[in-house]
Write a protein that binds this ligand. Structure first.
Ligand code: VGL
Ligand code: ZN
Length: 214
């Protein structure tokens, strides 16, 4: 492959939730989640601008099944803003599970967006919380910095990567998902649904080799 995808000054790499709790052995483990770490480290070297997200919940967060007596992880309940999947307790602020995977080496990342901090609202997307109203400020940051093309990768493909990509498209950014630098949870067909939905919305899919070839 020959320099198909040149990364330039308008481009940003958005790395979603590469945290211990989403890796094997973690509280909400994504199978093979750790395998993307070396890929991200290589890809990251091609970007002057990298933004990391970190799922960062207070104890007793409303997305935790343990906060709803009688409910179990992976059930869905109705919260004030609509349906919400319940999860095992994960990525509790300052816990070891909330730390980035220790092998993640992108020291030049310019911003860490923490999300899911409001105890009554979950946030899959790096841009907008699950009430679809509360923003993280990321779109404004990227616009002000002139970063218009977003390459997204990380965990979990079918939740936080998906919602981040959808919101980035809705906000008018050019969006590319680096498929081999993602792994998913795959709950009730959610991987296939995510592929279909992102393609229908105009999201570009690539593999990391298309960037690394430069
Ligand atoms: C995520 C479920 C709950 C994710 C975060 O990073 O995809 N999924 N919190
Ligand atoms: Zn979470």
């Amino acid at each position: 492959m020959s320099g198909k995808l040149a990364i330039g000054q308008d481009d940003v790499l958005l790395v979603i939730d590469v945290q211990n709790d989403f890796c094997p052995g973690g509280a909400l483990a994504v199978q093979h989640g750790n395998e993307i770490v070396p890929i991200l480290n290589s890809v990251g070297q091609h970007f002057a601008d990298v933004v990391l997200t970190q799922d960062w919940h207070p104890p007793g967060h409303s997305s935790f099944a343990s906060s709803h007596p009688g409910r179990k992880p992976f059930e869905t309940i109705d919260l004030a803003y609509g349906p919400q999947t319940l999860w095992p307790d994960h990525c509790v602020q300052a816990s070891s599970g909330a730390q980035f995977h220790c092998g993640l080496a992108i020291p030049h990342a310019c911003l860490v967006i923490r999300k899911g901090l409001h105890s009554g609202i979950d946030s899959y997307s790096a841009f907008r919380e699950n009430d679809r109203e509360t923003t993280t400020g990321l779109a404004g940051y990227l616009r002000e910095r002139g970063l218009t093309r977003i390459f997204i990768a990380g965990l979990a493909y079918d939740f936080c990567v998906r919602y981040s990509a959808e919101d980035a498209l809705a906000a008018g950014f050019d969006v590319t998902v680096i498929e081999d630098a993602c792994r998913g949870l795959d709950i009730e067909g959610s991987m296939a649904q995510t592929h279909e939905r992102l393609a229908a919305l105009g999201c570009t899919s690539i593999i990391s080799a298309e960037i690394l070839a430069d």
